[in-house]
Design a protein around this ligand. Sequence first.
Ligand code: HEC
Length: 208
Amino acid sequence: MFKGNLFILTVLVGLSSWFNSPTVLAAEFNSPKLNDLLHGGLQSKGPVNFTKFFDQDSTQKFCSELKPVVSSDEAKRLMSENLKGIKFLEDGAYIGDWARGELIAQSGKGLRFNDSENTKNGGNCYACHQIQKEELAHGTLGPSLYRYGEIRGYSDEVIRYTWTKIFNPQALLICSNMPRYGHNKILSISEMRDVMALLLDPESPVNQ
Ligand code: HEC
């Protein structure tokens, strides 16, 4: 009895690892049948646009490979391409209003099926980051940003780095999981300034 169960278990484990093997997954992703199913099943609605999902840019294509080599020359080329698209501010006024920045960081609105085209996008930063310590409902996919300026300082380099990160994280880490707020126009320049203030204004509660 025991031996029989063990045999079935071995066969099941073997089968499941075969189904999950990169060759099988690659074959499935390239299959026209799967493509038809995805195209038929995923319907664009409101601000959710699946054309973009299927029509990936070069960075997305690279990061959708089964094993993207993030140290490759192609990765470096794509990062510098992303870097070129970053809009740095001529007036150097990167620090807006931290209180407005907190509202943006808290808001997960926008770009969802039930939003309209006019819904104001939030940054949803708390979904992935700790920021103010009073907010306990935060995700942990990204590093904690609590005491961000206090720890890293307020130098021009830190400001430029943080702006780059918020504008287009893939310019510094090719397959970063963080959204490209400036690149994809999720937030406006002035909203990104406010989020910058939340992290980098010495008066912001984040740095107290
Ligand atoms: C979907 C998850 C996700 C969301 C939403 C997100 N981030 Fe991130 N963030 C990450 C991850 C993952 C990293 C670490 C990898 C990297 O550096 O790209 C990161 C890194 C960062 C860094 C660099 C931290 C360091 O110590 O160098 C900053 C700054 C940052 N995020 C700010 C923000 C802000 C501001 C928002 C909202 C406007 C935001 N993030 C929204 C996932 C996210």
